[in-house]
Design a protein around this ligand. Structure first.
Ligand code: CA
Length: 227
């Protein structure tokens, strides 16, 4: 699970990032509103922890812009104590939940888990779409119709996980590259094509009618060829 933390208070940001990494999350951090907005709008995170008062653009504006841009990533907003209207403004602006500073680590983690669960349609830790299911932890792809299974490589797994979590949406090559290889990597967009091709072969292998559809000039989308 990949998280974005947008927080300008250096010590708090550092402590939060450490806490989240210890819990097994991958964390990217932005320390101002502008870089935060760009990262949020990349649409490549499972959840976003967004501070309200930021240099550049505030958290409310970032959340509003993200929702206008059809970014559906769950947002947990951090607001300072005493800013009474923040709760209302935060939820109005498109945040999914809010937390008042100072807060307990356990509370932050609990709220975060609740937000992340919304992306997981089943109770047993598997993601599903069309006729396929993806078991978390084991990285197994199953076709529920044929009963066939195959093991996925790490990047294939992350690609399918990302496509399933964003079902009904077209993901660009850039979004996929950032999601799988990160901002700092040298990955070229044609790496995305290579992994899409590997993953398609595995979908074919298990006899799935779910396919990774290329949308010309845009990117990829998961479709189910229901006959
Ligand atoms: Ca702040």
């Amino acid at each position: 699970m990949k998280l974005l933390l947008v927080e300008d208070e250096v010590r708090l940001a550092k402590a939060l990032a450490e806490l989240l990494r210890r819990e097994g999350y991958e964390v990217d951090h932005c320390a101002d509103g502008l870089s935060g907005r760009d990262a949020v709008e990349s649409g490549t995170y499972d959840a976003i922890i967004l501070d309200v008062m930021l240099p550049g653009i505030d958290g409310f504006a970032i959340a509003r812009e993200a929702r206008r841009a059809k970014i559906k990533t769950p947002i947990l907003m951090l607001t300072a104590k005493g800013e009474l209207d923040d709760k209302v403004t935060g939820l109005d602006s498109g945040a999914d939940d809010y937390l008042i500073k100072p807060f307990q680590s356990a509370e932050l983690l609990a709220r975060l888990r609740a937000l992340l669960r919304r992306n997981l349609p089943t109770d047993d830790g598997s993601l599903s779409f069309g006729d396929i299911a993806l078991k978390q932890g084991t990285a197994r792809l199953t076709c529920v119709k044929t009963g066939q299974e195959v093991r996925l490589g790490e990047k294939e797994y992350r690609l399918l996980e990302y496509l399933i979590a964003n079902q009904g949406q077209i993901l660009t090559r850039e979004q996929i590259a950032v999601r799988i290889w990160g901002y700092d990597s040298d990955a070229e967009y044609n790496n995305v094509e290579v992994y899409v091709s590997f993953t398609r072969k595995k979908l074919h292998f298990v006899g799935a009618e779910t396919e990774i559809k290329a949308v010309r000039g845009v990117g990829y989308e998961l479709r189910y060829r229901h006959v």
